[in-house]
Design a protein around this ligand. Sequence first.
Ligand SMILES: Nc1ncnc2c1ncn2[C@@H]1O[C@H](COP(=O)(O)OP(=O)(O)O)[C@@H](O)[C@H]1O
Ligand SMILES: Cc1ncc(C[n+]2csc(CCOP(=O)(O)OP(=O)(O)O)c2C)c(N)n1
Ligand SMILES: [Mg+2]
Length: 291
Amino acid sequence: MATSSDEFDLIDFIAARAAPAANVPVGIGDDAAVIRTPNGDELLVACDTILEGTHFRIPEHDPRLIGRKSLAVNLSDIAAMAGRPTAAFVGLSLRRGRRFAEELMEGLIELAAEFDVSIAGGDTTSWDGPLAITVTALGEPTGAGPVLRSGAKPGDVLYVTGPLGRSFETGHHLSFRPRVAEAIRLHQSIPIHAMIDISDGLLSDLGHLCRASGVGAAIDLASVPRRDGAPIAEAISTGEDFELLFATPQDITDFDVIPIGKLTEQPELVESASGRLLSEFSSREGYRHSL
Ligand SMILES: Nc1ncnc2c1ncn2[C@@H]1O[C@H](COP(=O)(O)OP(=O)(O)O)[C@@H](O)[C@H]1O
Ligand SMILES: Cc1ncc(C[n+]2csc(CCOP(=O)(O)OP(=O)(O)O)c2C)c(N)n1
Ligand SMILES: [Mg+2]
């Protein structure tokens, strides 16, 4: 029987059938996987697709920015592990002409150079469907190790690295700078228990972090930073913010990050002032690809 479902149901289906492997200490379920190499080193691997019509529009968006975004969303996933990106593979499913593809790759390669990421391979195909770009980014953890979604503890303070909301309307979703340097600097100076990047919206991604950690959260909605006066309901649910959300036991004073709440033993996500469920403050819970 056909039922309506979404990406997360399917990922659960896949994860339940994917056999665990000793050399994959972190597999499906985090921003990037952690792969152990034969000499004991750890490699981070993240893979994200962007699609015409869903993540960008043609001809409205500059091909350079589309190419840039396809890499940036993956660097954001490496940042969410507090990792340093090293290399990327680029899968292009193209339709339009050669010049468009060249400009797209110029934008991608420019961002790669800024982050010292080498384009190590990929795949090029053409068809008459919409443009799709799938990038796989590789990275390495710093000396302090990778930060997972699952290490948050009740009492930890939750921080975000910047304003949320109106990403699509303002073009932030195309031009954002992945928070790689910020994550590494933070991780070197304070204990970060858990971290995730906000792609689907604060409500949704906070839910992922809390479920993975077995905790809940009390958020002070008045302190959630918003872009260009975005209404709070939008700031917590529209997504593509690509800011980092992280949990730490420490109060942070010397970094440009904003405290928005605390983790709790009770599994619910609530507003701290009223105790009401966070989901009551927005008609949508975040972006979901439906199936
Ligand atoms: N088709 C798939 N097969 C295997 N793993 C998948 C698939 N789609 C997503 N995942 C994994 O599921 C987890 C959640 O994916 P997603 O919500 O896209 O994460 P993110 O927001 O960090 O990109 C990730 O670990 C991702 O690698
Ligand atoms: C044309 C267009 N419509 C709508 C949006 C908004 N939007 C599209 S996908 C998305 C969420 C993030 O995408 P997803 O593929 O779920 O990223 P992931 O969580 O895997 O990193 C949002 C907010 C957009 N960027 N472009
Ligand atoms: Mg993804």
